[in-house]
Design a protein around this ligand. Structure first.
Ligand code: FAD
Length: 380
């Protein structure tokens, strides 16, 4: 029989949102513990955009310079027609983003970002191999039970456990996320082949076809030595149990072949490619209850087409830490209400635009997304 450990704040999930929450709560003077089901994290082949809105948060937790040195700094995000190559829109990033939005815009390998976030955390409060299996709300705490037999009593519990969140399930009941009808192919391309093709591969470009099918392609390293793409393709259904399946260059050719020469070169340089279903939920009507509170994909999962899902998780973490600091943990109900009041409108708007896949298809001013600062926005 294990003894029951007591903690003030338990974060469930050490993904991009949970890791940010732990760092920010630490910065605010709390000593949160984070429980992650995975035994270790590995560098899976995927990239991610981090906007200036969230680089400001990484500045606060001391990671901005490291991430800026690792990631690519595109001068533009281009949108182009997949057949003709015509430019549909371009938004300025690079130095312009630093000046106008207050921080750099980077694209980076997701594993590199996550590894930096995890390495910066207090390791003695980071518990890998802890899959939450049961939650019991008691008078003065919450009893958390893990698959490894450990039990922890927490004053507050933050559900940063992703789209299939157990904490969400506890608050709102069992409900599978909805298949969005879209899949994404993800690949890191063979750079020798891409270079040999002689085409110019822009550091950040989204290629569009009819029905909003697309390929988002970008560099994930500062010297542009690694190049990644993720697609968005409507399909009839998703029949697999696995979270992703293997795809192939042949499937890419069948889906996007005979397009603009740069796209063709990208597909020719594809060696390993996987296919992921995109899941969805409608905005939740409950973000917290009692001592339980949600953030990130547990709370507002979205299709990835605006490249802001993780950014919203990290913004949530910043605002939640501020609310707990301002109100104190004793009056957690008021702190959680203040958090939701500050975050709901923005997160829901980004979720809605992402799910519609309209972001930057046509020219628009991205300042409302990128200039935002979750560390200084007025609470409430
Ligand atoms: P997750 O990253 O899903 O982390 C949840 C964590 O909880 C995991 O580590 C999991 O193992 C753990 N966990 C789950 N259940 C339990 C349990 N019972 N017990 C313990 N631990 C548990 N966002 C961007 O901002 N920019 C992008 O460019 C971008 N591109 C994307 C491309 C694709 C193809 C996809 C699919 C998503 C993309 N996103 C992007 C979205 C982003 O990946 C998610 O929004 C983000 O990962 C959410 O972070 P999170 O911490 O809330 O959840």
């Amino acid at each position: 029989m294990h003894s029951i450990d007591q903690v003030d704040i338990a974060i469930i999930g050490a993904g991009l949102g949970g890791a940010a929450a732990m760092a920010l709560l630490d910065d605010a003077g709390f000593s949160a513990h984070c429980f992650e089901q995975a035994p270790v994290f590995t560098r899976l082949g995927a990239g991610i955009h981090i906007g200036p809105n969230v680089m400001k948060v990484f500045r606060r937790i001391g990671l901005e310079d490291r991430l800026a040195a690792i990631g690519s700094h595109p001068d533009y995000w281009f949108s182009r027609d997949g057949m003709t190559g015509d430019y549909l829109s371009r938004i300025q990033l690079g130095d312009y983003a630093k000046r106008e939005y207050g921080a750099p815009y980077i694209t980076i390998h997701r594993g590199d970002l996550h590894a930096e976030q995890i390495a910066a955390l207090p390791q003695d409060r980071l518990h890998f191999g802890h899959r939450l299996t049961d939650i019991t709300e008691r008078d003065s705490d919450v009893l958390l039970t893990f698959a490894n037999g450990k039990q922890v009593a927490a004053q507050l519990v933050i559900g940063a456990d992703g789209i299939n969140s157990m904490i969400r399930e506890k608050l709102l009941g069992v409900e599978k996320p909805r298949f969005s009808g879209w899949v994404g192919h993800r690949a890191l391309v063979n750079m020798d082949k891409l270079r040999a093709s002689g085409v110019e591969f822009e550091p950040c470009v989204k290629w569009w076809w009819e029905q909003s099918r697309h390929i988002m392609a970008y560099a994930t390293k500062s010297n542009n030595s690694e190049y990644y793409y993720v697609t968005g393709v409507p399909v009839d259904g998703w029949a697999h149990e696995a979270s992703f399946v293997d795809s192939s260059r042949e499937e890419m050719e069948a889906t996007f072949g005979a397009s603009h020469p740069v796209v063709n070169a990208l597909i020719d340089a594809t060696e390993e490619v996987t296919k992921w279903p995109f899941w969805n939920r409608d905005p939740l009507n409950l973000w917290s209850q009692g001592r339980l509170c949600l953030l990130g994909d547990a709370c507002h999962p979205m299709r990835p087409h605006m490249a802001q899902g993780a950014c919203m998780a990290i913004e949530d973490a910043a605002v939640l830490a501020r609310c707990l600091e301002e109100v104190g943990t004793k009056d957690y109900a008021s702190a959680f209400a203040l958090y939701e009041a500050t975050r709901r409108e923005r997160a829901t708007k980004v979720q809605t635009i992402s799910n519609a896949n309209t972001w930057l298809k046509e020219p628009e001013d991205p300042a409302r997304v990128y200039a935002h600062d979750p560390l200084s926005v007025q609470l409430g």
